[in-house]
Write a protein that binds this ligand. Sequence first.
Ligand code: PLP
Length: 376
Amino acid sequence: MSGAVYLDYNATAPVRPEVARGMVDRLAEPGNPSSVHGFGRGARAALDQARVRVAALVGATPERVVFTAGGTEANNLALHGPGAGRRLVSAVEHVSVGDAAAACVGGSEVVPVDAEGRVDAAALDVLLSAGDGSGSFCVMAANNETGVIQPVAELAARAREAGFRVHCDAVQAAGRVALDMKALGVESLALSAHKIGGPTGVGALVLGEEGEPEPLIVGGGQEHGRRAGTENVAGIVGFGIAAELAGAELDRMDEIAALRDSVEYRLRAACPELVVFGDGAPRLANTSCLAMPGLANETQIMAFDLEGVALSAGSACSSGKVGPSHVLAAMGVAPELAGEAIRVSLGWASTQADTDRFVDVWRALHARAQGRRPAA
Ligand code: PLP
């Protein structure tokens, strides 16, 4: 859609041109990385290079990167299997974590968050100390709907002290904030290529120095026996390139933050009762989840779409419909207000012209909605 403004990077980022070129070049070569001939060795070398690049993005050891078919699979791989003990899951996790944990034998227990969407550390301590002191705790690095960043290192330290392993879904945080696995103190980290300008359908579970996941897919020795099946070589190559570029551009996040902050400033000037969810907590620089009083989010999204501006309600589900947000509900947001929340998310190709256009359309919509609202 040429001429359209894309503000939905948390759903998926546009593929970076360098990624597309690298993938096309790789696709032009045959080669199964398990083959011993030269073509196979070429594919293997390409995988190894991508593994180094992805590991570097999160300060991990390349041999501990397990390529998967996306963030959802990475989260499932981390969580499924018999595993020891209880499973504690923050209330704002992505469904791929929440549902995977709930499906495990013994189910899961939810760790509440405060009104800004941060994990309630006191409630976590209570949950950690109930039971026999073993299990796992899942906490995301940053939320896909609000951008709220969790203090993962601090929460992980509490969990480890209580004998719990920690899995962190870093799908939205990677490439947007600096991440170092060792500093975070987590046993595993989920990543997804398409949030950072790589292709969809590629991700990784990055493991810490110890521990092995229970394979989800068996039937071959690929990925050190942790994930069977011939690797998606071109996709993984694209992921590697995207990871390297995203890591090198982390300092551009200040520019992105300035664009986002300017949007919120201008909307507040037009509408003092604007609600920005999670704005009292540290947030990803690229994300703004905001409620326009008086207009349902589904109506807003369609109106923006008609004006050539693409964005989401954070809670869009796979059917394309807007569902109730479990994230905003966990933050104690009333259903009516949550139903007015849209998410603007920026990224590597976002410009001032994009955000200016968004603000113009938002103001026009808001003025129309005001006109329609019944007098108080
Ligand atoms: N975790 C978070 C926080 C996400 O936002 C998403 C996707 O939106 C996923 C996991 C799933 O990743 P993928 O789309 O690669 O399966």
